[in-house]
Design a protein around this ligand. Structure first.
Ligand code: BTN
Length: 252
């Protein structure tokens, strides 16, 4: 059964992911389940070399270490398991939706993002993975307007501020079940929960993967969590990476 260590809070870090990755490189025995959170992040990183902007003391920026052996093919769907945990936590307050592969949206606006990174430390038997979560908790409308995509926060959705320490504790509790299911079965262990939070089969989607930009309808997800799209020609194409640019749960 996976358990997180008590959260190690920092007032300010450049990036919780970078900090934890450097710690693992210095000390490869850093325990599985170590959790680092920062009240302020000065150089937060997002997927695809984007930055992740948060104002001090407003939001959750947290990273944890997955340092236990899992089959190699499970690794790409770790972030999807985390998105399920975030979605199930958020359901206590709002109506979240997962946009493949692992953005979490409310009303078509992004509320949470996940960045999973491998730490190379010379142990081919066990990859160490650092999983970073950004969750917009108390972000206000002015800050949201400065971000180059539609974003929201718990406070904007509910009209009240949240206690970030309590939110993080509840979020970590909600991550346990999907992480346990993922670690024993990979994506198939979370497929049902993921599909309930995501776009249903038959949803019209457009995907951009590098130079490739195609539209079709969602068939579902394969055993790795890759997205299967039915093209108008009848061909079923499988995507292992890319950005969904149009679907019913979120526009971007
Ligand atoms: C995305 O682009 O959607 C992923 C954003 C991930 C942001 C989190 S905040 C905590 C952790 N530290 C980082 O520098 N990035 C991740």
């Amino acid at each position: 059964m996976f358990r997180f260590f008590p959260v190690e809070w920092h007032d300010s870090l450049p990036s919780t992911n970078t900090y934890l990755m450097e710690r693992v490189k210095r000390n490869p025995k850093t325990p599985h389940g170590t959790v680092i959170a920062a009240r302020e992040q000065t150089a937060g990183r997002g997927r695809q070399q984007r930055s992740w902007l948060t104002a001090p003391n407003e939001n959750i920026t947290v990273s944890f270490l997955w340092n236990a052996p899992v089959p190699f093919e499970f690794v790409p769907s770790l972030a999807q398991a985390i998105s399920v945990g975030i979605g199930s936590y958020l359901q206590q307050h709002v109506t979240p939706a997962i946009k493949w592969p692992n953005d979490v949206l409310v009303g078509g606006k992004k509320i949470s993002g996940i960045l999973c990174e491998r730490v190379e430390r010379g142990d081919p038997e066990c990859v160490a993975l650092v999983a970073g979560i950004g969750l917009n908790v108390n972000m206000g409308a002015e800050h949201a307007a400065r971000i180059d995509q539609p974003v929201t926060s718990l406070a904007l959705e509910r009209g009240a501020r949240f206690d970030t320490v309590a939110v993080l504790d509840a979020l970590l509790a909600a991550l346990s079940t999907p992480l346990n299911n993922w670690s024993t079965e990979g994506f198939p262990g979370i497929r049902d929960a993921y599909t309930r939070l995501g776009a249903p089969g038959g949803t019209p989607l457009s995907i951009r993967d590098g130079e490739v930009h195609v539209s079709g309808t969602l068939v579902g997800y394969d055993s790795l969590g890759a997205l299967m799209l039915a093209l108008p020609t009848g061909e079923i194409r499988t995507f292992y990476s890319g950005d969904v640019t149009r679907d019913l749960v979120g526009e971007s």
